[in-house]
Design a protein around this ligand. Structure first.
Ligand SMILES: NC(=O)c1ccc[n+]([C@@H]2O[C@H](COP(=O)([O-])OP(=O)(O)OC[C@H]3O[C@@H](n4cnc5c(N)ncnc54)[C@H](OP(=O)(O)O)[C@@H]3O)[C@@H](O)[C@H]2O)c1
Length: 318
């Protein structure tokens, strides 16, 4: 691992010198963007990697290219649609039948700023996919995580959590006018609160959980953005490698903090942290956009409240 870790560290830098042979990782959304790069780094260090996604063709192609790129034959693809809780249950059951232990669960898949739509179970798409799907998945995989402990769960949150806290009065935009950014923000706040919730409940059983802001990276996540959305990110003095005040990372850099959260020796004994640029981030005042997290995203009471709502919504109890 490199000495000075930061915004320009890549996922491959993070695994440098590490031998992850015999360790199993699961990466949701592992056939594209940050998930693919996360899987590539872990597999190149020898880990057995399961990538989970909803498109069988993309899964097959990614398994083949990951195996070829890393020389690691222990890469598997499994179907998972996080926008359908029956699929999450089926996946968890299939996974446990196939694999007795899991060490790293990287809850990476996500959808951003889509038009108002609903999951198979009727939840607002971003809250349902990004949060509820991963909440249920993590809960159902606890037996294999416990069998593989010490282990870690990584929840991909985002600086986008700053768009919104959890709206407990209307989680699903049933009465509130839909705002695609508030919905994304709520779902990413939920990811951070969920990391806190899992860490507080399962740390004593050898499972530590972290929230990660990967940075800003151009991937297919932007598939729903309009020209206006892109313009809103721009400023007149944008420099190369930057767009407005946002520093843009490469995909290789964007995957670094996820991999670091999963395997860093520096994080032994830690958990319930919000990480960015391969460091623990600081809480910042609301209004600060460039770094850090808002208080509501790592608030234990908010986390407990969301936990209770989520248990009821997905029908799983800790
Ligand atoms: N890129 C950024 O700047 C940025 C910044 C902050 C946080 N993040 C977070 O980082 C994570 C990865 O984002 P990315 O940039 O790598 O995006 P990406 O390239 O769009 O990858 C997202 C992955 O999630 C999958 N996915 C979406 N809906 C799914 C569902 N219902 N079931 C299963 N898989 C589903 C996608 O599969 P399909 O191709 O089948 O849709 C894709 O594989 C997300 O959680 C995102 O919120 C990204």
């Amino acid at each position: 691992m490199t000495d000075a870790l930061g915004a320009t560290t890549t996922a491959m830098d993070v695994v440098k010198g590490r031998d992850l042979t015999g360790r199993r990782a699961l990466v949701t959304g592992g056939y594209a963007g940050l998930g693919y790069e996360t899987a590539r780094a872990l597999a190149s260090a020898g880990a057995e990697v399961v990538i989970a996604g909803r498109d069988a063709h993309k899964l097959k192609a990614a398994v083949a290219s990951l195996s070829e790129a890393t020389g690691n034959p222990h890469i598997h693809g499994m179907l998972l649609d996080l926008a359908n809780l029956a699929s999450v249950r089926q996946f968890a059951s299939d996974f446990q039948a196939r694999f007795p232990k899991l060490k790293y669960l990287i809850n990476n898949a996500g959808v951003m700023a889509c038009p108002l739509s609903r999951t198979a179970d009727g939840f607002e798409m971003q809250f349902g996919t990004n949060h509820l799907g991963h909440f249920l998945l993590s809960g159902l995989l606890l037996p294999v995580l416990k069998a593989g402990q010490p282990g870690r769960i990584v929840f991909l949150s985002s600086g986008g959590h700053k768009y919104s806290p959890i709206n407990f009065d209307d989680l699903n935009f049933e009465h509130t006018e839909y705002d695609k950014w508030k919905a994304y923000g709520q779902s990413k706040t939920a990811n951070a609160l969920c990391a806190l919730g899992f860490d507080r409940r399962y740390r004593d059983q050898g499972i530590r959980s972290f929230a990660v802001h990967p940075g800003v990276i151009f991937t297919d996540l932007a598939r729903h953005l309009t020209e206006e959305d892109f313009k809103a990110f721009e400023s007149k003095d944008g420099k190369e490698g930057q767009r407005g005040k946002l520093v843009i990372k490469t995909v290789e850099q964007g995957a670094a903090t996820s991999v670091w959260a999963a395997i860093a020796k520096e994080l032994r004994g830690e958990g319930g942290l919000y990480l960015e640029d391969c460091h623990a981030a600081q809480q910042v005042e609301e209004g600060v956009q460039s770094h850090g997290y808002y208080e509501y995203a790592m608030n234990p009471r908010q986390s407990d409240r969301l936990w209770r709502f989520s248990e009821r919504l997905v029908g799983w109890k800790s």
